[in-house]
Design a protein around this ligand. Sequence first.
Ligand SMILES: [Fe+2]
Ligand SMILES: [Fe+2]
Length: 135
Amino acid sequence: MPLLIWGAMFEVGVKDIDAQHKRLFDMANQLADAVRVGKGHEVIGEVLTDLVRYTQTHFSFEEQLMSQYGYPAAAEHRQKHQDLVQQVGEFKRRFQAGDAPVVDEALRFFTEWLSSHIMNIDKAFARDLKSKGVQ
Ligand SMILES: [Fe+2]
Ligand SMILES: [Fe+2]
């Protein structure tokens, strides 16, 4: 069963950002599936690494738009991204050190963080972008 189900409530209304969020949902669900069907440590590690990497790509994309459009709350938003990267990096270190069950905790943390971040922080950012003509 997927952990995250994409729906209109998560749409921020900026096309590229929505597409990237949807992909993050898909990747988190892929990781959950890999854990559920009992994939090995190496495979789960790869899926986890892909998720972390794409999360960073997505954050860089948003941060680039913040600079480009002079978003007033950029510093706070960037800080939230950095905190998440640090937290997920810690989970990943624990996983690689042999703590396999930490993936469940990491997934729970990540999906809660992502839903709430999109609904609040990214929606506020997208409102600003849309007011500046970004679609
Ligand atoms: Fe964000
Ligand atoms: Fe985002």
